[in-house]
Design a protein around this ligand. Structure first.
Ligand SMILES: [Zn+2]
Length: 190
C-alpha cells in the first residue's frame, strides 16, 4: 500500500515536471492552460519569455526611467530573479512618457504585435501629468504595467498589484502580491 502510494506520487511529480519543462521553452508559442486563480487572471497574451527587453523613447525623462527600472526590480525580487528585463536599443518594445492632461490613465500597456499568445511587441506609456505628485508610488504603477507585460490582466482584489484602480488610492500593494506571483508562475511555468 505504502509502496504503491509512493509510486503514484512519483508519477504525479514526473508528470508535473514534464509539464513545467514543456512550458519553459520561451521560443515556442505556448498556450497558457490555467487562465485564472484567486485574485489573478491571464491577459490572454504574455511577453514571449521571462527575460524581456525594452527601449526608451526619447520622451522618457530620468524620473520615469527610474520608476520603470524600479518596477522591473520589484518583479525580479518577487520572483527570485525569474522575471528580468534589460534595456536594448533594438528591442521591439518601447517605454514612453507623455503629458496627458485629458487622459484618465496613470499609465497603460498596449500590445502592438502578437503571435499566438505572445506579445511580440508592446509599449508602456507613463502619464507624467497624472503621476507628477506620486513619488515612489510611480514605481508601483510601473510594476503594475509590467504585470501586463508578464501576462496578467486587471484584478478586482484591492490588495494585489494588478488591482485595476491601483493608482486611485484604493489599492494597498507596494509590489507584486502573492496572488500576482502565483499568476506569473502559472503563466510561465516556473
Ligand atoms: Zn492595468
Amino acid at each position: 500500500m505504502l509502496k504503491k502510494k509512493s509510486f503514484g506520487t512519483f508519477s504525479a511529480l514526473t508528470a508535473v515536471c514534464l509539464l513545467l519543462l514543456s512550458n519553459a521553452s520561451p521560443s515556442s508559442a505556448h498556450t497558457v492552460s490555467t487562465t485564472s486563480g484567486s485574485c489573478w487572471s491571464y491577459l490572454g497574451t504574455h511577453n514571449p519569455s521571462t527575460s524581456a527587453t525594452f527601449k526608451y523613447h526619447e520622451s522618457v525623462t530620468s524620473t520615469y526611467k527610474t520608476a520603470n527600472a524600479n518596477g522591473i526590480a520589484k518583479w525580479k525580487s518577487a520572483t527570485s530573479s525569474k522575471l528580468t528585463a534589460t534595456e536594448n536599443s533594438s528591442s521591439p518594445n518601447t517605454i514612453l512618457e507623455y503629458w496627458g492632461t485629458l487622459s484618465p490613465y496613470y499609465a497603460y500597456h498596449t500590445v502592438t504585435g502578437e503571435s499566438g499568445e505572445h506579445q511580440t511587441s508592446w509599449q508602456i506609456d507613463y502619464n507624467a501629468y497624472k503621476m507628477q505628485n506620486f513619488g515612489s508610488f510611480r514605481d508601483v504603477i510601473a510594476a503594475h504595467e509590467w504585470g501586463h507585460v508578464w501576462g496578467l490582466d486587471e484584478s478586482w482584489c484591492a490588495q494585489v498589484l494588478m488591482y485595476a484602480e491601483i493608482g486611485d488610492g484604493g489599492g494597498t500593494a507596494q509590489g507584486p502580491h502573492s496572488a500576482d506571483v502565483t499568476g506569473v508562475k502559472t503563466i510561465y511555468g516556473f
